[in-house]
Design a binder for this molecule. Sequence first.
Ligand SMILES: [Zn+2]
Length: 222
Amino acid sequence: MKLLPDHLLEGYRSFIEGRYLAETQTYRALARDGQTPETMVIACCDSRAAPETIFGSAPGELFVVRNVANLVPPYSPDGEFHGTSAALEFAVAALKVKHIVVMGHGRCGGISAALSPDAEPLSKGDFIGKWMSLVRPAAEAVGANALMTAGERQTALERISIRHSVASLRSFPDIAAREAAGELSLHGAWFDISSGELWAMDPQTGDFERPLAGIEPLPTSG
Ligand SMILES: [Zn+2]
């Protein structure tokens, strides 16, 4: 059996001979001095929505946690296993990041699952169902809206869920305190895989707009 799949080894070779070689000094400095990223991104596990790729980030720039549908659970210090909350704790208390961005994306499978409550769970444990219950009230409300098409409901819940996660960030006392002190800003973003468009959430209204609307990633089809 191969220790690693060929495509990973080929990708690694290209990385080490290309980017790592070009940025050796950066990597060595990061190894020597430690990381000091100013931005944390909470993104989806989806293979098409990698924040480092979308934001063109250099090593050491982004502190990233990815989970199904880029959700932030509410602050629950209950002794259970909280991977996302652990990452948040480290980013805020140790790294003292200045920005936290919740980044959703179009065609999100987790959001799609939340909008299909009657679908059979993928496994007995139904981890996805439990995880996505974080947005259940919104999913039920959006799912019941017969005036919207399936695609509209999907995009709506993707964005509502980002607003919901940004609100959940504020349930963490450290985050709320640092935000109130002006040391931390919270943001929402949504990436459209098919067009490459990046949308950002207005912190006052919660609406999404394109901060770089002049940039046209792709000629619109149709
Ligand atoms: Zn997703």
